[in-house]
Design a protein around this ligand. Structure first.
Ligand SMILES: Cc1ncc(COP(=O)(O)O)c(C=O)c1O
Length: 382
């Protein structure tokens, strides 16, 4: 039986082979593995693309989050880490790294519920929390989940009103926009991931911080190389969190294709949306006005309790699918006693039981796409 994967990185490599092979060959020839020229070139190109003054290459998206938060602690409090009483508001419906980064920066994550339509953090819930707990909150960490922007107008307005900082988790939304502005340029900083399966992914781990803020840029650059301007005389508790030259070269080669690939993702999503219209019990992703969704995932929702059955049915027909994410962060042991839960997180708890991400390989054959469509339809007609 023909297998249809969620993503086909081999196919993508074949498509870009000449560019990637030549980028790797250049690295083999120059042998500048640490802070090679490709790192700076990638930083400059992405800064221009996103529309920020600075981009800083980092070893992963997770470290990009941690270093941004640590830089904020140094900038705001003159401290290496936040205090446990410092709160950062975020969503429980995300990858672990979002909440974990808050803990690693010394602060306490406050989980507020999501909007059940977009799956992103609900600005009304942020506002409700702040109306009674504002004094301890330092920042908001919105996650542009599945490639769809959060409501950044509301989030930035709230941040302004309460004097808070906004750090965007853009790991899943490279190239996505909010009202004509690229994500990662709206808050004080953005954290990107070049994990291989991301819209712009390398051949291993990698990440980036984007910011207009000179101080954040300076601190991130110090923290990523052991904590000092001078490697042999350091100021801060740092990390070895540089972006590899080789990863930078590969990401740079793939960057040429990012708009084309995001466009291909949108077209696939459009076809799914049309083909799935009217199926009782299945909701397609909501597409909010004024934004450019980059469909890192194409995620449907089943409100009939049959999500797992659909996943099994697809598997039996050779079609891969994934649940992103099966457990909300507040239910994980690592956050037990270390986070705050605002009100209830019912929408998140319900959503984890109902979502399913379908294949969205930008280069997928139309025949495979239609096989997914027909199989989903068959499941619902049974
Ligand atoms: C929302 C989100 N935040 C953070 C990360 C962490 O990125 P990385 O895997 O590059 O460390 C990821 C992806 O893995 C993610 O999806």
């Amino acid at each position: 039986m023909r297998q249809i994967p969620l993503l086909d990185l081999k196919l993508e490599y074949e498509y870009m082979k000449e560019d990637i092979d030549s980028a790797i060959k250049t690295c083999l020839e120059h042998q500048k593995w640490i802070f090679g020229p490709e790192v700076k070139e990638l930083e400059d190109k992405i800064a221009e693309y996103i529309g920020v003054k600075h981009c800083i290459g980092i070893s992963s998206g997770t470290e990009a989050l941690v270093l941004s938060l640590r830089s904020l602690a140094i900038k705001l409090k003159g401290q290496e880490f936040f205090d446990k009483t410092d709160e950062i508001i975020t969503t429980p419906f995300t990858f672990t790294a979002t909440g974990d980064a808050i803990l690693r920066a010394g602060a306490r994550p406050v989980f507020v519920d999501i909007d059940p339509v977009t799956y992103n953090i609900d600005p009304n819930k942020i506002r409700e929390y702040l109306s009674s707990h504002a004094s301890r909150v330092i920042a908001i960490l919105p996650v542009h989940l599945y490639g769809q922007s959060c409501n950044m107008d509301d989030i930035m307005e709230i941040a302004k009103e309460y004097n808070l900082f906004v750090l965007e988790d853009v790991a899943q939304a490279f190239g996505g926009m909010w009202k004509g502005r690229k994500l990662g340029s709206v808050g004080i900083a953005g954290a990107f991931s070049f994990f291989p399966s991301k819209n712009l992914g390398g051949f291993g781990d990698g990440g980036m911080v984007s910011t207009d803020d000179e101080e954040i840029e300076g601190f991130v650059r110090m923290l990523l190389k052991h904590g000092g301007k001078d490697k042999y005389n350091v100021d801060h508790i740092g990390y070895n969190a540089r972006l590899d030259t080789l990863q930078a070269a590969i990401v740079l080669a793939k960057f040429k294709y990012i708009d084309e690939f995001n466009e291909r993702r949108s077209k696939i999503a459009e076809i799914y949306n049309i083909e799935f219209e009217g199926i009782d019990g299945l909701s397609v992703p909501a597409s909010m006005k004024n934004l450019h969704h980059v469909y890192h995932q194409y995620t449907v929702r089943l409100n009939n309790g049959k999500r797992d059955e659909l996943q099994t049915f697809l598997r039996e027909h050779g079609i891969a699918s994934m649940v992103y994410y099966p457990v909300p962060l507040h239910q994980m042991k690592v956050f037990d006693g270390r986070c705050k839960i605002f009100d209830n997180l019912k929408q998140s708890e319900q959503t984890v039981k109902e979502v399913l991400s379908l294949p969205i390989e930008p280069l997928m054959e139309e025949e495979d796409l239609m096989t997914v469509v027909k199989t989903v339809r068959k499941f619902f007609s049974n």
